[in-house]
Design a protein around this ligand. Structure first.
Ligand code: SG4
Ligand code: ZN
Length: 299
């Protein structure tokens, strides 16, 4: 059926059999060869990448059986600028990919090196499309912000998620979020906050920011960007990828909590018995960049 894919028996190398788009020439993830990235300061820095996420946007935590995911209310969220130019994208959900050990787990790699995990904030283009579903079929419909996870100290905001995961330990379980989770606190930090606070009186910001919103955030850590796809079936070629150069730290213990999620429903039996049916190695390996351009912004 449509959901007959996983990361083991029906893993990434078999996806093309049921999902033809997975064989396309604009697939994700890719290995980022940092030397090959084209600095495109004029085009990318002209309009800095900016985002705004009220903590109230994070609505519910879900275990779909292959990751954890937080579904959002996109109202009041915003991602624009950089490769997205003037189009306004809203946050739909965010989720994570990780490994069985700390040496693997990310989908994108940087100069051949994997990170312990990769956080994805999935947005859709509300300027051009009327729904997430419609946008997911369009070449400029989605934008995913990717953040690499490295093992280090405990991440405070991520800990709110880790502490809730035992309540959704099995597939199809879900919990409403009461303790607000601020997605902007999951982005790479400089000077205590992700990005720089923009003065709302700036003329170009005025057009978008409502007067009641004190500030939003702008990238100043740098990122890589290229045109790609969803990394899971049906692998739609609809994603503008933005990968932050700076990683965030999460603890080994926090990753172990991710690794304790189950692929099967409560009371059910894991169909494969592999690794006791826990969700691990839920990443697709890199695919060729081909003749696509990898652009970079910032140092
Ligand atoms: C994860 O499996 C999410 O749970 C999926 O979300 C998501 O699919 C999929 O990853 C692909 O997204 O950023 N890794 S990715 O390219 O967003 C979609 C849901 O299934 C369509 C809702
Ligand atoms: Zn993802």
């Amino acid at each position: 059926g449509r959901n007959d894919w996983d990361y083991t028996r029906n893993g990434p190398s078999t996806w093309v059999e049921r999902f033809p788009m997975a064989a396309g020439s604009r697939q994700s993830p890719v290995n980022i060869e940092t030397d090959r990235a084209e600095s495109d300061h004029e085009a990318l820095s002209n309009k800095p990448l900016r985002w705004k996420y009220p903590a109230s946007a994070s609505k519910k935590l879900v275990n779909p059986g292959y990751c954890w995911r937080i579904d959002c209310d996109g109202d009041g969220t915003l991602l624009t600028g950089g490769p997205l130019m003037d189009d306004i994208y809203k946050l739909e959900q965010y989720h994570c990919h990780w490994g069985c050990s700390d040496s693997r787990g990310s989908e994108h790699t940087v100069d051949g090196q994997a990170f312990a995990g990769e956080l994805h904030l999935v947005h859709w283009n509300t300027t051009k499309y009327r729904s997430f579903g419609e946008a997911a079929k369009a070449p400029d419909g989605l934008a995913v912000l990717g953040v690499f996870l490295k093992v280090g100290k405990t991440h405070e905001e991520m800990d709110k998620i880790a502490r809730m995961l035992p309540y959704v330990s099995h597939r199809d379980e879900m919990i409403e979020i009461d303790d607000p989770i601020d997605p902007s606190k999951l982005l790479p930090v400089r000077g205590g906050r992700a990005g720089r606070c923009i003065n709302p009186c700036m003329r170009w910001a005025d057009r978008i920011i409502r007067p009641d919103n004190k500030c939003d955030f702008q990238d100043d850590n740098g990122y890589w960007t290229y045109l790609g796809s969803l990394t899971t079936p049906p692998c739609n070629e609809s994603v503008t990828w933005v990968l932050f150069k700076k990683y965030i730290e999460v603890s080994h213990h926090q990753l172990n909590i991710f690794r304790n999620l189950r692929k099967f429903p409560r009371g059910g039996e894991c169909p494969c018995h592999e690794n006791h049916g826990v969700v691990i190695n839920n990443f697709r390996p890199p695919l060729p960049l081909g003749n696509r351009v990898l652009r970079e912004c910032g140092s």
